[in-house]
Write a protein that binds this ligand. Sequence first.
Ligand code: HSE
Length: 341
Amino acid sequence: MRVALAGLGVVGQSFLELINLNRSELLSRYGLGIRIVVAADRSGAVYKPSGIRPEELLEAKRKTGLRQLPGGTYMDNVVDALGEAEADVLVDATPTNIVDGEPSYSLIRQAVLNRMDVVTVSKGALALYMPALKESASHRGVHLRFSGTVGGGMPVLAFARECSRADRVEAIEGILNGTTNYILTRMEEDGFDFHQALKEAQRLGYAEADPTLDVKGLDTACKITILANEVLGMRATVHDVKVEGVEGVSVKEVNSARSAGKVVRLVAVAGGGKLEVGPRTLDARDPLAVKLAMNAVRFKTTFSGSHVISGKGAGGVETATAIIRDLVSIKMLRTEAGERA
Ligand code: HSE
């Protein structure tokens, strides 16, 4: 499978490391061989049809820059490189931008025009234009996968699909942001102040390139938008979400919740006429009251009750597993359809 990789930050680099670690298993279990033919970061793109080895790409990224990659053709414009490259799949690991969804939006559109499948872990374009992007992918007969946009490595969208198979999901409640959950937990358990805890979350690779997206609740708003569209069939954008972040949560508030057997968490809700994100007090025994960078999501169904999934919701390698999961699922679909992959 020829891959164009856009975005070489924490997640993009973890994806390259994971390809190396899982190479033989992916081949033997799924017949999936991943060849990177285009790699791009904010400086530009490099194109090498014979394939760029993950380790040479990591080396170029960390030391010399993409321009120096041996045997590669360098292009300033990533979207042009995508237009020229003969790749099967775009892996979009560019930073989330909720102002206009770029560069993710143009990359996804170009890939779909080229009839390439798309795996994205970037949330902005989907949170702004999800119905249109899904329609154009389906119109062109390509797969658009975004399992890593919600829940990091935890397969929350696949779990939701299972919950809906013989039932109806009516509402969703969740802890969808690892950074703010980490901050609130460290404030509660270790007496950290807000900024100290945020710094630590950044050091651990949980926070967005622009961490205000995390603390203002906007990253969570993107994720609940994606869930609302995908699971509840809403045609919402991130602008429809009523959002409040965690900057206003004080150590005093966290401590008084704690002495009452409760915790403060940034909770997202969709369904029952609501689409909102804000700090809420939960019983400490509620399965949503997860700690540190964990995420948890509850799906309320019509017939089978509530189902909760929890797991690591942020982190480079965790999110990179979601990319590989999506590539495997595309490979399996193509194999079923008898296509060359
Ligand atoms: N910044 C995000 C978080 C990364 O903290 O959850 C995963 O989407």
